[in-house]
Write a protein that binds this ligand. Sequence first.
Ligand code: C2E
Ligand code: MG
Ligand code: MG
Length: 404
Amino acid sequence: MTDKSAVRITLVDDEPFMLKLLGRILENLGFTALTSHTSGRAALDACTAAGPPDVILLDLNMPEMDGIEFVRHLVDRRYAGSLILVSGEDERMLQAASKLVEAHQIRVLGHLHKPVQPAALARILAKWSPPVTGRQRATQTAYSADAVQAAIANGELVNYYQPKVAVDSGAVVGVETLVRWQHPFAGLIFPDEFIGVAEAHGLIDDLTHAVLAAAMAQASAWQKAGLALRVAVNLSMDNLLKLGFADSVAGLAARAGVAPAEIVLEITESRLMADLRAPLDILTRLRLKRFRLSIDDFGTGHSSLTQLRDLPFDELKIDRSFVHRAGANATLRAIFEASLGLARQLGMEVVAEGVEDQEDWDYLRQTGCDLAQGYFIGRPMPAADLPGWIETWNTRYRKQYPDA
Ligand code: C2E
Ligand code: MG
Ligand code: MG
């Protein structure tokens, strides 16, 4: 528990009345280390003189220097504290401003509509924690190509599996394979720290081959144990450049003794492909061989309508940025439901990613979405943990829906 009276908070709002009101709310909540300024300029000068505060409550609409401009100055000064945005603007404006601030790597605890509700402010401030010092993820240097190559060769990559469940029945229908690097010293390393390196240095084919081979062996083991699970594997667009890829995947499946229909290949287009001939050739052939194709992270980056038009996908995964909190957010809901409708008309199965809490799950149950995946249901786990997890999940599901 943090000592509230030690959290240094700066209030910036051009209306003196608002400053007084916010000050009173904060004091009632136990936050007493407060300073107030009626302009961004004055607040910045105070930061220079007295050092940056832990939290800044910032009004977006100010006559001289508006909140967005103020943030730019904070970025220049490498502000390491947190921000709370306050505005009379509508929710979408506040969300856009939050995204912008986060894009500058400044932590946004939340945003508040005027008139400010004390309870809402208390909830947001409860999220505050001292900044993490020392080695931070964002500043970490990437692993070298040699290190990644050695990891693949030495079998240090391990597959984790995250469950996908049917929204209407709770049935566990499959898993997504998510690779991790069990580093001898650094511990478990997540894919965003080495997939890019593998792609940039021509190692992604070897990496995918290792992941696919292990996933297919696992699929076969589960089948033998009576667990009918569809196993999904992520492909990189860079895997779709050599025409031999489709045959190599088919060869792996045949050797492991799994039917292609039990394997889902998830594809994200993280960068624009100039020449689509090879990817089209490979994906169409994989589909002819009855592998299931899934368009991953739908709605982001280049993962969009062009691919839907050109490629024979069976499954559409709605990106988690349109799933989490969609129930309470009209913009997200509109995008989610449009994506769902689109997939329906194209006869595709729909997976919602990033189902993080009960509200997300309850919302999904009303939408008719087919499958769900996310921390609320189950985190990625080693293969050995899956049977136990399935039992726990089934019990949990039956308890919540006794009539199901
Ligand atoms: P993805 O395919 O979209 O995988 C889902 C990611 O979201 C996973 O992160 C998963 O752990 C995370 N996730 C799952 N549920 C939730 C949730 O409820 N909330 C939030 N916030 N996140 C959730 P992970 O394992 O770090 O993987 C990141 C990305 O790395 C994957 O995104 C995928 O694009 C890529 N990746 C993973 N394994 C492989 C692989 O074997 N080959 C290639 N080419 N890419 C891979
Ligand atoms: Mg995926
Ligand atoms: Mg995804």
